[in-house]
Write a protein that binds this ligand. Structure first.
Ligand code: ADP
Ligand code: MG
Length: 238
């Protein structure tokens, strides 16, 4: 069970209080989208969940186990960034295989896992190419492939599509929803794109200045915004 509980998470940088007590209970296999204005703390929260940043206080609990003290690789979490962070000199195959090489898996296991990920992401005929020979959407799929091979229980996406043009974003949205069904993993997805939030989310978290304004289904937020902020931020998608 990959439930993800965030308990009273706070974060300060010096005197600046960036997260002011985040409490959220995310269900197993749920697709939760975080939205909120630039600087409200979305990336900081994701980095804390992934273990790339330490919370000032609070706990991260996955499947009932407190992982707050665990190293990033031991949390069963994978994070996909806006910048793809691919190795330009390595093939698509080796980019996807990278975490498996680090974990010293056998060649047969590497081939099998990379092959499976490539199939899901429609990259099977691209495995011999270098990232520079791919489109933006394909590069983002390679980055996702690299996170899939580790079989994480929880995926974190930080604005993964914001470098792509509008048409491609639409295609990738559909693909990510499909991926969510294929992997049946818990997914947390940050975007500043309302359409993405409204169409992809089971539930949406609206963050504002380090606090949760509302956590609910797209329809709840749309029809019953808890605050004026939510009403203006999400109430009138265009
Ligand atoms: P978002 O992703 O919602 O745009 P961030 O989580 O990146 O917001 O940033 C939230 C706030 O924390 C911003 O005011 C940002 O300047 C500040 N911040 C983020 N990382 C650091 C850091 N390493 N040191 C100091 N301030 C930071
Ligand atoms: Mg951010």
């Amino acid at each position: 069970m990959a439930t993800l509980d965030l308990r009273s998470i706070t974060k300060s940088f010096g005197t600046a209080s960036v997260l002011k007590g985040i409490d959220l209970a995310i269900r197993d296999k749920e697709f939760v989208v975080f939205v909120g204005p630039s600087g409200c703390g979305k990336s900081t929260l994701l980095r804390i969940v992934a273990g790339l940043e330490e919370a000032t206080s609070g706990q991260i609990v996955i499947g009932g186990t407190d992982v707050s003290a665990l190293a990033p690789v031991d949390r069963g979490i994978s994070m996909v960034f806006q910048s793809y962070a691919l190795y330009p000199h390595l093939s698509v195959f080796e980019n996807i295989a990278f975490p498996l090489r680090v974990a010293k898996l056998s060649e047969a296991e590497v081939k099998s896992k990379v092959g499976k990920a490539a199939e899901i992401l429609q990259l099977t005929d691209k495995l011999h190419l270098k990232p520079g020979q791919l489109s933006g959407g394909q590069r983002q799929r390679v980055a996702i492939g690299r996170s899939i091979v580790r079989n994480p229980k929880v995926f974190l996406f930080d604005e993964p599509l914001s470098n792509l043009d509008a048409a491609l974003r639409g295609d990738m949205r559909v693909e990510l929803s499909q991926l969510h069904r294929d992997l049946s993993a818990t997914m947390v997805y940050v975007t500043h794109d309302q359409v993405e939030a409204m169409t992809m989310a089971h539930r949406i978290v609206v963050l504002n200045a380090g606090r949760v304004e509302q956590f609910g289904t797209p329809m709840e937020l749309y029809h019953h915004p808890a605050t004026r902020f939510v009403a203006t931020f999400i109430g009138q998608p265009n």
